[in-house]
Ligand binder design. Sequence first.
Ligand code: F1P
Length: 354
Amino acid sequence: MNNLSERFDATLLSYKEILEQPTSWEKTIKNKDSYVKIGRDFFDDGINNKIILFSGCGSSLYLGEVAAAYYRRNFNSWALGMASSEFLANPDVLFHKPNQTYFVAISRSGETSETVMALKKAIDHGVKCLAVTCTPKSTLATLGCPVLITESGSEESVVMTKSFSNMLLAICLAMNKANENDYDNLSKHADAIIKKYTNQIFDFLDKSTINRFIFLGTSERFGIAREASLKVKEMAICDSESFETLEYRHGPISLVDDKTLVSCIVSPHFRQDELEVLEDVKKYGGNTLIIHEIAHESDISIVLPEKCTDIEKVLLSLPVLHLLAFFKAQNKGINPDKPRHLSQFVKLPDNDKM
Ligand code: F1P
């Protein structure tokens, strides 16, 4: 990676935080027992047919969507990720069954107005709640419900990268569906993937004139696609969208041209159908990036270790997608540490009144 670091600013904070993911994950995994303890009382407390609503804003919303899909898969029970503002606009609709509804509020800062207010509303409605944050002394963490704290995910950048993956990891650990040795090699794999693909991603963006980014995925991977799309907007100020993979054919594919990059985080549960969408993209002259455990014909093929569990593969897809957004920013001469119009969290003007 040495000569590459002469071609972009490797001293940037967001780059440092993207690369810190493997070591920070190790720290989060070491806290497994404390997460499992909190998670047992919440996710696995023996109450059947409950509905879990994950709430957040921006990246934390997409993280909630990934967590909800992971919960649905593992508990055969219903869960949804929703924007915190929905709970402010429709509290009586969403909390109409307080005995069956559980609520998870996710926020890196623990200060985002909508998420703090949504948690207060859930508590007021008598719903069982859990908070997830990287900031132990935040408002969210001190409202009185149990809290999953992921301090190793805390970051200085405005744009969320390692906070997302570490909070996701903590939530998955809290659900306690892993086998004894799962996650043991996760950090090593992440390091290897970053080392293997950094140059390739940089070179591809350097040589091409991509100006439209599309991210596709299903279930957990759809939440990742939404997050990857947000990274490109925030870091590189570039048009980007995300879709459930097969939805892409229902209209949006009409925009594909040689300046379009369609990235798909391919699911082992839906591989063939997703790969066929990418073949269509190629047919219409677009570029493709495939993240999967088997190498496939594409402009960039990121191969994940086959032996990892499904959620490990989901986590391993994040650093390369972060790098894609980061390098596009560098390629456009934009500083991703100073994203336009954005701050670490959004505080509404009437925050204190609510
Ligand atoms: C959520 C968030 C970020 C976003 C931003 C404003 O923050 O929406 O995802 O990048 O600039 O805040 P939080 O609630 O997770 O702290």
